[in-house]
Design a protein around this ligand. Sequence first.
Ligand SMILES: *Cc1c(COP(=O)(O)O)cnc(C)c1O
Length: 398
Amino acid sequence: MNNTLGFHSICAKELTDNRTTRPHTLPIYATSSFDFETIQQGINVFQGKEEGHIYGRFGNPTIDTAAKKLAQLESYGQDFEAKAYMFSSGMAAISAVLMGLLKSEDKILTQANIYGGTTTLMREVLQPLGIQSVYVDLKDMNKVEQMLYNDPSIKMVYLETPANPTLACVDIKVISDLSHQYQKWVVIDNTFATPYLQQPLALGADFVIHSTTKYLNGQGNSIAGAVVALDEELMTQRIWKMMKLVGGNCNAWDAWLTYNGMKTLALRMKQHSANAMQVARTLERHEKVERVNYIGLESHPDHALAKQQMRDFGGMLSFELKGGLEAGKVFVDQLQFCTIAPTLGDMDTLIMHPASMSHVGVPREARIANGITDGLIRISVGIENVEDILVDVMTALS
Ligand SMILES: *Cc1c(COP(=O)(O)O)cnc(C)c1O
């Protein structure tokens, strides 16, 4: 046919994919739309009578495969298979869940120590739309029950466990059972734990959210998010719909990076956990350290709970130096091997000062009430040789 086509046509025409054998690893499908063989196939796919991709914002084979791997991880060892969608960021995933499930005059029951961006989203975007957030200590079950009982407009309980940066934990099974007695959805941001450490769906949560940017990708080279749940209808009718209409869909490149990152999740989490335990124990013994927050330490108030609902204790810890803020700044500036960066879950060790960085927008009293004191330093312990991390930390301390 090419013999008869004009030059412009040969330039513009899409060729049929000339692949012969099947690629062993997942390709990046960089296409905004998908062809139909016949008009009938197009009609069937549009009407949901036949499986098929339509348009990149609705889904794509690379993105769907990455979502499927995450759904399998969150379903590991259970007799259910969860469904997952990937988003352009953790924040897009959170927005889709909150906006997809709630409407004006509904309320969210949550705690003060969740991701700063989530708190700000609730206050500055959802509240003006008539969706209010009510704060409570989600460990205080009497208080939680009182609020669920007294306020039928609360439709959702939203939490993070372990929470940033004090690693405070909430009993997922207890809060889920209680919330379900009052027909409330339980939504858990599982970014810190990942399904390697904790599977909230198995413990009764309704929706799991991830910033895959962190541990799931683990390479520090992608921004993406995900929502995982068991209820197919809610997932299609509310979450997928919100993704399509608001347009927070993931792109194939970031999904591909995340998919590849997840292949090493178990190995990385194991090493993060082992290294963090050693760093925590070393810090705890040091005379200049006031206190260490690591759920693997018996001294952490939630150690027993973490042991019960998690497989291991992960790579996140925080600590307070004697001498507060000033001592903290001197310490961070002395580090040579560890890097100052406002993210977590990468393979190298990252240090952050929450009071002046991630929680700078949180009023001081609220911050301190949640254990985020002026001198608190957060470490995302990497998977390097632990000796190199320890030498750096000990040198900076002295
Ligand atoms: C980073 C983070 C988010 C936001 O994710 P993005 O991918 O940056 O949008 C949400 N929750 C937690 C716990 C996070 O650490």
